[in-house]
Write a protein that binds this ligand. Structure first.
Ligand code: AMP
Ligand code: GLY
Length: 467
């Protein structure tokens, strides 16, 4: 089939590669010339992804069979609606349904109205004068969020981003003064995970759980970003996530789709829940109406023996054959190479020489994001996430080690989080959850450096963390 991929990041490069491997012909609508996509595309057009009508016109001219929309900006601008008006099936919800991501207020109100569980306490002051009183309703730390899209960077968490109520109130007031709606939420404590699912008219089909690394710097320091990297575990759970808690997250996804439907809003595409695993179970931080970037790349890497083209065409048409949903039982680790200073003040323009053949020979895949070509085996970094390297193995730390080894084949100045997928980091997260479930428990006696690798599937995810 001939498929339009909308977007120009590493996520879209991975979508295109996975589709092409299944025999699809790819055409691309992207704001910049992504060297990875350009290599695969039969045709491509430079277009801002929020220019919905231009995206749809290009798809029509290219006589595509269906379209896959990567970025939220395209969904929020109505690219799916424009394509569907032209009778082209789309993997991606309508602008109305995508409000579950593009308006956090719409999302929280919808879920509250339909009694969907797993929600933190939240308030949405309407006027600047209400901010202080609203904050006073919360006894503990809070999170301040603009309701609209922020590319992962507008959310302020008390603790890492601001010390106490006063600067939080100033931030909330400044957002309201700019005409934005604001949510104030109780700050949840725990470990975050991403649970994505394909959503069709006939049901929801979960993908493996993934953990994304939101903070710019090692040890989860620095500002929030779109995601510096991610990992998945071979049993499709996570070192701190049991099957029953993962299933609860999937139940929240299903209830939310039902809530949309009961408002007369259909959903065809990918729904991605960003969850915090807390002492009370999984709590919803936000929904995204698309593949995660980078989490979608972990899921697609595990899909490569199936027919992704047939699967996505089915999603676009509202019906999938469940036997197409086979994800291999392997662990994956992805790390983004970003410009120095990314997350705060990125310094773009650096040239990276990259020996792709050597990286692929080591079993690590390369996906390009915010880069432009700079010679036969070199790219110039833009100001966002540049190159995704993803490795797989039977255990997470082994996949992480593969990516670390592959970094030797990239020359130039970049930043990468070396801690993603290390034994030390996995042990730290398990211990963090153990402390959440049993506050005051004695720290694990194991030195972190000899913490056990991922447990086999049967014992990987006890319902209660074992001490
Ligand atoms: P969001 O865009 O809503 O996912 O928020 C971005 C990031 O802010 C999340 O990935 C979390 O790290 C953090 N965050 C958002 N809401 C909360 C919350 N209620 N409690 C704690 N952290 C949060
Ligand atoms: N990795 C976070 C996102 O895709 O929004």
């Amino acid at each position: 089939m001939r498929v339009l991929v909308v977007g120009g990041g590493a996520r879209e490069h991975a979508i295109a590669v996975t589709l092409a491997r299944a025999g699809a012909e790819i055409v691309v609508a992207s704001p910049h010339a992504n060297p990875g996509l350009e290599r695969i595309a039969k045709a491509s057009v430079r277009v801002d992804v929020d220019a919905a009508q231009r995206v749809s016109d290009f798809g029509e001219r290219q006589e595509i069979d269906y379209a896959v929309i990567g970025p939220e900006a395209a969904l929020a601008a109505g690219a799916s609606d424009a394509l569907r008006d032209a009778e082209i099936p789309v993997v991606g919800p309508s602008k109305t349904a995508a409000r579950i991501e593009s308006s956090k207020l719409f999302c929280r109100e919808l879920l509250a109205k339909h009694g969907v569980g797993g929600q933190p306490r939240w308030r949405a002051p309407e006027r600047i004068e209400q901010v202080e009183a609203t904050l006073a309703e919360f006894s503990g730390p809070v999170v301040i969020k603009p309701s609209g899209l922020t590319a992962g960077k507008g959310v302020w968490v008390q603790g890492p981003d601001f010390p106490d109520a006063r600067p939080g109130a100033a931030y909330a007031r400044s957002l309201l003064a700019q005409g934005q709606r604001v949510l104030i939420e109780e700050k949840l404590e725990g470990e975050e995970f991403s649970q994505m699912a394909f959503v069709t008219d006939s049901g929801i089909y979960p993908m493996p759980a993934v953990q994304d690394f939101k903070r710019a710097l090692e040890g989860d320091q620095g500002g929030n970003t779109g995601g510096m990297g991610s990992y998945s575990q071979r049993d499709h759970l996570l070192p701190f996530l049991s099957a029953s808690r993962r299933d609860r997250a999937i139940e929240i996804l299903a209830q939310s789709v039902a809530a949309l439907r009961s408002e007369g809003i259909e959903y065809r595409g990918v729904l991605y829940g960003g969850f915090m695993l807390t002492a009370q179970g999984p709590m919803l931080l936000e929904f995204n109406a698309r593949f995660g970037d980078p989490e979608g790349v972990n899921a697609m890497t595990l899909y490569d023996e199936g027919n992704f083209d047939e699967l996505l065409y089915g999603v676009a048409c509202g019906r999938v054959d469940p036997t197409l949903l086979e994800f291999r039982r392997r662990a994956t680790v992805l790390k983004y190479l970003v410009p120095p200073g990314y997350g705060d003040r990125p310094r773009p323009g650096g040239v990276l020489e990259i020996d792709e053949a050597a990286i692929e020979a080591d079993g690590v895949h390369v996906f390009y994001g915010s880069v432009e070509p700079a010679g036969p085996a070199a790219v110039r970094l833009g100001s966002s996430r540049g190159i995704a390297l993803i490795g797989e193995a039977s255990a997470i730390h082994e996949a992480g080690a593969r990516v670390e080894a592959a970094l030797a084949h990239v020359r130039g100045e970049f930043y990468v989080r070396h801690d993603i997928g290390t034994l030390e980091d996995l042990a730290r997260r398990r211990e963090h959850m153990r402390q959440i479930f049993s506050p005051g428990a004695k720290p694990s006696p194991l030195p972190l450096s000899v913490a056990p690798p991922d447990a086999p599937p049967s014992s990987a995810a006890p319902d209660e963390m074992r001490v």
